[in-house]
Design a binder for this molecule. Structure first.
Ligand SMILES: [Cu+2]
Length: 162
């Protein structure tokens, strides 16, 4: 059984069908507490993210209405092609580094490098891309669901290659 569902593209809108694994760390009253990065339980990311990417939903469920917190572990030399989200994305780099690009086409010449502590606030519907270079990166994404991941060019969706 999958720990995470796969985003399904329907009528041009990608919907997260993930079931939050946050229950693992959930305590009384819905409180969630992770004492350190070591407590994060990783699972392979949905097929709509590049192969080798890992994901952990810390709280909430990006597919459902309401707040969520998730972490993504990108291997080195990994690219998430231009895409949009239905709602605001707040991205913080926790370790390693990424490059953040704006626009509907991938433009590696105009990316903005983000080191640990770097942050992006991206309103819903704004196309952007993210890639790593020589080192992996751990990022935290927070927002309010339903979040979705919709590639500008559907052919860029890695789940289509499977
Ligand atoms: Cu994004």
């Amino acid at each position: 059984m999958r720990k995470h569902g796969w985003p399904v593209v329907a009528a041009g809108v990608a919907i997260w069908l993930g079931t939050a694994q946050a229950a693992v760390a959930e305590g009384m009253g819905g409180m969630i507490l992770l004492p350190s990065d070591a407590a994060v339980q990783w699972a392979p990311a949905p097929a709509s993210l590049p192969k080798g990417t890992k994901l952990s939903v810390l709280a909430g469920d990006p597919a459902q209405p309401g707040p969520f917190v998730l972490r993504v572990l990108f291997p080195a030399n990994t690219t998430v092609a231009p895409h949009t989200h239905a709602t605001t994305e707040n991205l913080t780099v926790l370790s390693g580094s990424i490059v953040h690009g704006m626009g509907e086409t991938l433009d590696r010449g105009h990316g903005q490098p983000l080191a640990a502590g770097g942050f992006v606030y991206l309103p819903g519907g704004m196309p952007h891309s993210v890639w790593t270079t020589a080192e992996p990166a751990e990022v935290q994404v927070t927002g309010t669901g339903p979040f979705g991941l919709n590639y500008v060019n559907p052919a860029d969706d890695p789940s289509r290659a499977q």
